[in-house]
Design a protein. Structure first.
Length: 360
């Protein structure tokens, strides 16, 4: 499953707050996702896998194509089409500490599985991902990533890790594997899409909108401040300094600061939207990675205004549509807002969560 962008790090509100994975970054992100063909207790009964035949090593940039092929197999089985691009895989490998936080499992030269654990900043929140072609490789990777998740939390000064894994809603095998390992449902994210055919942007009195650019640090800093305030109480949110936030955005091959929109109400920063190119290579769609409104300015239509501005900009760029992710368990009727601007749900991704202690 590919959660692209920060949608997973926060829940979208009707007033316009939307934020991960790691949804694709496209994991940048819903929390990590996984597929396990069988649970740990089933491995001996259902396969002839011999873990002694496995070659376990760390991934490298040269493994991008092989990992992409592995992930694409499961994506097609679950959704009917690939959900990750080569660029998405390269971006994730670039974010990971490959010497400590990720593994490949081979047998007789064939890649059987890939897994990783990724801590959010210095928090106790760790995203994991497991993809495997065989149950034995999957069970091995589960042990590795969960063990590393506990260690990552300990290294950051925590006595446990809050571990998130995301799974396509129809993937019953993965749900069983997560349940056996102590995971329980935490929330669900809906991938929403609109197709463009003459978008009419919204205007509001007293509201001005500025576009970002790499040389407008003042706009970037104001947008960051809005994003941090708007998401302070959202699912999976971890505070970031401006330098951390900007560095994370710029590390992504899909980042484009000119797609940043900052709305001011009578001159005061009130809302922001960050679009990226995560869905351009495979869907020719724009992507709303982040949409946030400061609490004092909610309920004024700023979310709708920024969405229609982003849709119009995507249409001018030749995009056939725009995609975003929204937390379906939000306390406000966020889905209603997105439907009201012509969006429809096209995919559901469940997030499962467990507490993991170092050494457990």
């Amino acid at each position: 499953m590919n959660p692209r962008g920060d949608a997973a790090e926060g829940a979208a509100r009707q007033s316009g707050d939307l934020e991960r994975p790691d949804l694709r970054g496209r994991l940048e992100r819903l929390p990590g996702r996984a597929h396990c063909p069988a649970s740990r207790s089933q491995v001996g009964a259902r396969t002839n896998d011999d873990v002694n035949d496995y070659d376990i090593r760390r991934p490298a940039s040269a493994d991008v194509a092989a990992i992409h092929e592995l992930v694409t197999e499961r994506d097609i089985e679950m959704t009917g089409k690939p959900d990750w691009t080569l660029g998405d895989i390269a971006d994730i490998l670039g974010e990971l500490d490959l010497e400590h936080d990720s593994w490949l499992v081979h047998s007789d030269g064939e890649l059987l599985g890939w897994g990783y654990a990724m801590r959010k900043g210095t928090s106790d929140n760790v995203d994991i991902d497991v993809q495997a072609r065989r149950p034995g490789a999957a069970a091995l990777l589960w042990d590795l990533v969960l063990g590393r998740a506990g260690d990552l939390a300990r290294e950051a000064g925590h006595d446990h890790a809050v571990v998130d894994v995301s799974v396509y809603q129809r993937d019953t095998g993965m749900r069983e594997a997560a349940k056996e390992r102590g995971f329980a449902p935490a929330t669900s994210f809906h991938r929403m899409r609109t197709d463009h055919a003459g978008v009419r942007p919204v205007f509001l009195p007293g509201v001005t909108v500025e576009a970002g650019s790499p040389d407008r640090e003042d706009v970037l800093r104001a947008a960051h401040a809005v994003q941090q305030e708007g998401f302070a109480e959202h699912f999976g949110f971890v505070p970031k300094t401006f330098e951390e936030w900007a560095g994370e955005m710029e590390a992504s091959s899909a980042n484009d600061w000119t797609q940043l929109l900052l709305a001011r109400v009578h001159g005061e920063p009130a809302a922001m939207l960050l679009g990226t190119n995560h869905f351009v290579p495979d869907e020719n769609c724009g992507y709303v990675r982040t949409l946030a409104v400061r609490p004092a300015f909610r309920g004024r239509g700023l979310g709708r205004l920024l969405l229609t501005r982003a849709f119009a900009a995507d249409e001018r760029r030749g995009r056939v549509g725009t995609i975003l992710h929204v937390d379906g368990n939000n306390v406000t009727p966020a889905l209603g807002l997105y439907r009201s601007v012509g969006m429809r749900p096209v995919l559901v991704i469940d997030v499962w969560r467990a507490l993991v202690r170092p050494g457990s």
